[in-house]
Design a protein around this ligand. Structure first.
Ligand SMILES: [Zn+2]
Ligand SMILES: [Zn+2]
Length: 289
């Protein structure tokens, strides 16, 4: 049987609509064999950054306790894992095992959402208005420069941090269909994804196929693009299939499409987490066909 798993799940602890328990119950109904939670995180100490979409710094332990409670309560029906989607923000926070040592999560997703400069920032997946302003303010509307800087930040994260999965590696595409600030068919763009695919393989992490943008109707494609995924396949980078769900309805949104794209790019298997006999956890392969 083809496995159904998801390791990219948001809840009311951050910017998700549903509680962790509703997510677990829905995953069971939808036939998932594993569900991993990945609350947005920029750490456990107050940061000099206004945000309403991360787990509040003083709620991390409560979040972990709740996920562990559910893992135990529903262990006969589904395997539950506790992770974080940790932001890489230069000089502010980084997804490293060291930073999360005292919480000891089952896994970490490393993601770049922010561009920071001289104390100012914008999020590349923010509203159309925010991204438009960011492009004007930071790059004088030079789209190529904005994209190259985004991928350079990801490579910096890959070189300096330690995490299990890189989140949506070409998230910068999210607002391109409306703002049209770059062209994916140009050579410089192809070079950027090639360099970043190499950095992902050198870091030894997995890449996710993320269907969250389709679920939210902002982009009619998965992250990463087919071209990017082909580069990753050539470098032997393993995949996980993730929905980046912010509501229980979206837990398996467009999973068929994600699998089709994976197969088309050459992948025949994906990774899943499981508990061993000694109650440790390990990533193992499952077949996509
Ligand atoms: Zn994200
Ligand atoms: Zn996410």
């Amino acid at each position: 049987m083809i496995k159904k798993t998801n390791y990219h799940t948001h809840t009311t602890f951050c910017d998700g609509k549903d509680s962790p328990e509703i997510m677990v119950q829905t995953a069971i109904k939808k036939g998932f064999s594993a569900l991993g939670f990945s609350g947005h995180s920029i750490g456990f100490e107050k940061q000099n950054l206004e945000t309403n979409w991360h787990i509040p710094f003083d709620k991390h332990f409560e979040y972990v306790a709740e996920i562990k409670r559910l893992a135990n309560l529903y262990r006969k029906e589904i395997e539950i894992f506790c992770g974080f989607e940790a932001d890489y923000i230069k000089d502010l926070w980084a997804p490293t095992k060291e930073n999360y040592k005292k919480i000891n999560p089952d896994y970490l997703i490393g993601s770049v959402h922010y561009v920071f400069k001289n104390g100012e920032h914008y999020t590349v997946d923010g509203s159309i208005e925010e991204v438009k302003k960011g492009l004007e303010h930071f790059y004088k509307n030079d789209g190529k420069e904005a994209v190259c800087e985004y991928f350079a930040l990801e490579r910096e994260m890959l070189e300096n941090c330690s995490f299990d999965i890189i989140g949506h590696p070409d998230l910068i595409r999210k607002r391109n269909n409306v703002l049209c600030f770059f062209d994916e068919s140009e050579n410089w763009y192809k070079e950027e994804i090639k360099k970043t695919a190499y950095a992902i393989s050198a870091a030894g992490c997995f890449v996710e196929i993320n269907t969250g943008g389709i679920a939210r109707g902002v982009i009619d494609d998965v992250y990463p693009s087919e071209d990017f995924l082909k580069e990753l396949f050539a470098y032997d980078v393993p995949i996980v299939i993730n929905s980046d769900a912010h509501s229980s309805d979206d837990l398996d949104f467009a999973f068929d499409r994600a699998k089709k794209i994976a197969l088309k790019c050459g992948y025949t298997k994906a990774k899943m987490l499981r508990y061993t006999n000694t109650n440790k956890i390990e990533w193992v392969d499952y077949s996509l066909s």
